[in-house]
Design a protein around this ligand. Structure first.
Ligand code: URA
Ligand code: SF4
Length: 214
């Protein structure tokens, strides 16, 4: 089967990866999305932030986390003492997956399948290998399971400082630390009475990231 691995360039710096990813057909998601939304941020970033997949706004803009979840993420990072502009921000899956919208309605995001996450993983691994960050922050189960495997449980292991699992396709030397927390979109979706706590828990985990980076 075809995956992103079939589209990886021979020379893998962030610019050549971004260029190659623009024409990726490693799974079916390129067919309906507007464009590949590759990672974005400084080449010397010590922190790589991994979301699930681009949303409606990101699909149109071509940049990760520019919609409502991105605004909440930026606010939470600031509160934890982390400057978003110093982080490289990307997603486990690089094309927007959505339910076909009714006329005039906005497109509703659909969770990527395990097959799509696995197909797209070579881009994420290549980004991390090119950047060599100190820490990879996974937002939500999709990102965490792409990096740490399908047995990873956010509810039980969020906020823990772990290490990137070294595998044949993965990071070979000097693996970065990994920490997983909830996705900012889940804070936005939380019921009114739960939202404050969900946000505070997210900021707590981001403070652990700030400590690990200092
Ligand atoms: N949610 C994500 O997981 N990633 C984005 O880029 C935007 C929203
Ligand atoms: Fe390629 Fe990933 Fe897009 Fe699928 S989602 S086409 S693997 S970039």
């Amino acid at each position: 089967t075809t995956t992103a691995a079939d589209f990886l360039p021979a020379h893998r710096d962030i610019e050549s990866l971004r260029t190659a990813a623009a024409s990726c057909q490693g799974c079916g998601l390129y067919q309906h999305a507007t464009q590949t939304v590759f990672g974005d941020g400084p080449r010397d970033a010590k922190l790589v932030v991994v979301g699930e997949q681009p949303g409606d706004k990101e699909d149109t803009a071509g940049e990760p986390f520019v919609g409502p979840a991105g605004a909440l993420l930026g606010r939470a990072l600031t509160e934890a003492g982390i400057d978003r502009r110093e982080a490289y921000v990307t997603n486990a899956v690089k094309h927007f997956k959505f339910v076909p919208p009714e006329r005039g309605k906005r497109r509703i995001h659909q969770k990527p399948s395990r097959t799509e996450v696995v197909a797209c993983r070579p881009w994420l691994v290549a980004e991390v290998e090119a950047l060599r960050p100190h820490l990879v922050l996974c937002l939500g189960a999709t990102a965490a399971q792409s990096v740490l495997g399908t047995s990873f449980r956010i509810t039980q292991q969020r906020g823990q400082l772990l290490e990137w699992d070294v595998d044949a396709a993965g990071v070979v030397t000097d693996p970065p630390a990994v920490l997983a927390t909830t996705h900012p979109a889940s804070v936005l979706r939380a019921r009114d009475e739960d939202r404050k706590r969900a946000y505070a828990d997210l900021v707590d985990d981001l403070r652990a990231v700030a400590r690990a980076l200092s």
